[in-house]
Design a protein around this ligand. Structure first.
Ligand code: ADP
Length: 249
């Protein structure tokens, strides 16, 4: 059925740095409509896995497929255009522009990988409707004409997510989207990610385990570059090996 469609998969992923194996034989399946968490102690290999999936790093071995296409050797800009986008790739939020202007600029960028202006803002009126739809989807309607600089920290992060969604990703990778936020912002961003994932797939690295418990459908626990456990949060958090890994950290 539609909800369980695999949109991103990795098989036998290995990354060696000068003889040190940072990622060892990792298999992942990311599903449309689901939020997948990548967790594990510091140094477990989470960032390296993100960099491998987005092609910022080339795997030593293994295979990555996006929407049925082999992207193992595809460069990052092309992978982004194919629908796999990482939030920081386009976290260029311009503080003196409004929320709507920021989203419109993101909408006319070809790949989102560079801070490029191809057209003056005044010529972007045709993008108003698409910009407003994204702004509404992300709960920013009340801030449409506010300068980005005047948003709360949490809403700035939401605006970054909005500019990322302008690239129409099928798979969105978020690296610690709640980092540095207070409880209220964490709850707001959690709701927004849940909403975003209904029409896309989300893979996120997240240290806040109550967020993982609340919004993530699938959890992969990494330790020393290998998958220690996988399943829903209840399953992995009950696993004695996972408990030991976290206590030892
Ligand atoms: P995490 O994101 O889970 O904290 P990382 O993916 O950043 O873990 O790192 C995994 C391991 O790989 C760590 O031991 C780290 O020191 C090592 N590592 C990461 N990048 C490099 C690199 N470019 N060169 C050598 N070792 C690296």
């Amino acid at each position: 059925q539609k909800e369980s469609r695999v949109v991103l998969s990795a098989r036998g992923l290995v990354k060696e740095f000068a003889g040190f194996t940072a990622v060892n034989d990792v298999n992942l399946d990311i599903h449309h409509g689901r939020i997948h968490a990548l967790i594990g102690p510091n140094g477990a290999g989470k960032t390296t896995v993100f960099n491998l999936l987005t092609k910022f790093l080339q795997p030593t071995r293994g295979r990555i497929e996006l929407l049925g296409s082999d992207i193992t050797r595809t460069p990052p800009a092309k992978v982004a255009r194919m629908g796999l986008v990482r939030s920081f790739q386009i976290s260029a939020v311009f503080p003196n522009l409004t929320v709507r202007e920021n989203v419109k600029i993101a909408l006319q960028r070809p790949s989102g990988l560079a801070r490029q202006f191809w057209l003056p803002l005044s010529s972007l009126d045709r993008l108003d409707a698409r910009a407003d739809a994204l702004i509404d989807e992300l709960g920013l309607a009340g801030w449409r004409d506010h300068r980005a600089a005047d948003l709360s920290y949490g809403r700035k992060r939401v605006l970054e997510i909005a500019t990322t969604l302008a690239l129409e990703p099928k798979v969105l990778l978020l690296d610690e989207p709640m980092a540095g936020m207070g409880q209220e912002d964490v709850a707001m961003v959690a709701d927004i990610i849940r909403n975003v994932a209904t029409e896309r797939a989300v893979l996120m690295v997240e240290h806040n385990l109550s967020v993982v418990a609340n919004i993530c459908h699938q959890v992969t626990v990494l330790q020393r570059g290998e998958i220690l456990a996988e399943g829903d949060y209840a399953t992995v958090s009950a696993d004695p090996r996972v408990r030991t890994a976290y206590m030892g950290n």
